[in-house]
Design a protein around this ligand. Structure first.
Ligand SMILES: [Zn+2]
Length: 323
């Protein structure tokens, strides 16, 4: 790549950082990434590329860009690049988040590194590739949305758009532009978030016997998870280390003088790659066993007949990527 091309990347990156695309789940704005997606869509068109918007319910559109329109029967291998357009929030930043200021050869601003930098580089590289006469590989750049919070975008892509994008390609390789200190990673752990909830009966705290606390059975449940489930999480991968599990959040009650009728806890589970037992389904089944056993033991102490409910938030999970 020439110096001119690098300055193209920097210019595009600056324009991308200057567009606020803090994740809608953080900033509360619906489709907060759409202005950035629209700018990239226009840019790709101006460069003679073939951009296609891929709607995602409840979020901004995703954008896939190829050098040329897809052709049926195109069996060339597909090289798919992915970069997400949302960023985390701007709280606590010590630089102006959307100025994209360049100092000493470095750009500063929210999302510069994660992942607008790779997105700008991928799009500029695609532009260059599109101008070459011989293209042995079909290349596509995907700008996915809401990666930082729910990963709704990439999951929607996999279930609704992936097959059409792959088409008749003989093989598919994917490069994800996450920050990695410029090192190449070929494997990663998966993440799965569980929510446990318990319910009770609300009452004024001056008459505790009129109510049933939802907090008490939750404490017992979490102790059981700590004692019976977490020690069983031992799978290990040579490159990513051991699987992990931790209770990360708890929330219960809504007033100091009311017996809590609802309590909720969040458990974060990191699934190890390369182990057949480390799937979201099997991990969830193992945790359910602990929960079901405890539910039987607690009986009426859990308050209402359905005192302990258990649900997993599969939407926030990713499976491990094997090496
Ligand atoms: Zn990222």
């Amino acid at each position: 790549m020439t110096i001119t091309d690098l300055s193209d990347v920097a210019t595009l990156l600056q324009r991308m950082v200057q567009i606020d695309s803090v994740s809608g789940s953080v900033c509360g704005r619906d489709r907060s990434e759409q202005p950035l997606i629209d700018m990239l869509h226009r840019q790709a068109k101006d460069w003679g590329l073939h951009p296609t918007l891929l709607p995602v319910p409840g979020h901004a559109d995703q954008l896939i860009i190829t050098a040329r329109p897809p052709v049926e029967g195109d069996t060339r291998p597909l090289l798919l690049f992915d970069s997400h357009t949302d960023t985390v929030g701007v709280e606590g930043m010590t630089v102006e988040p959307f100025a994209a200021e360049v100092r000493d050869g470095k750009m500063y601003g929210r999302g510069t590194c994660d992942t607008k930098g790779t997105g700008a580089a991928m799009l500029c590289a695609l532009r260059q590739y599109a101008e070459t006469e011989v293209q042995p590989v079909r290349v596509a750049v995907l700008f996915s949305v809401d990666e930082e919070m729910s990963m709704d975008g990439i999951q929607h892509f996999l279930t609704h758009d992936y097959e059409a994008v792959v088409g008749d390609a003989a093989s598919v390789n994917v490069i994800v532009g996450e920050p990695s200190d410029l090192r190449l990673y070929v494997v990663h752990n998966g993440v799965l978030t569980w929510k446990l909830s318990t319910s009770g009966v609300a009452a004024h705290s001056s008459r505790p016997s009129n109510g049933v606390s939802a907090i008490t059975p939750m404490l017992t449940l979490l102790q059981a998870v700590e004692a019976l489930y977490i020690p069983s999480v031992t799978a290990c991968h040579g490159l990513t280390g051991t699987a992990a599990c931790a209770v990360t959040m708890i929330k219960g009650g809504h007033s100091p003088n009311v017996i809590a009728d609802h309590c909720e806890a969040t458990i974060d589970r990191r699934l190890s790659a390369g182990d057949v037992s480390e799937t979201p389904e099997l991990a969830t089944a193992a945790l359910r066993k602990v929960s079901a056993c405890l539910k039987r033991c607690l009986g009426d102490a859990a308050g209402t007949p359905e005192g302990i409910s258990f649900c997993t938030h599969a939407r926030t999970s990713t499976s491990p990527c094997p090496s």
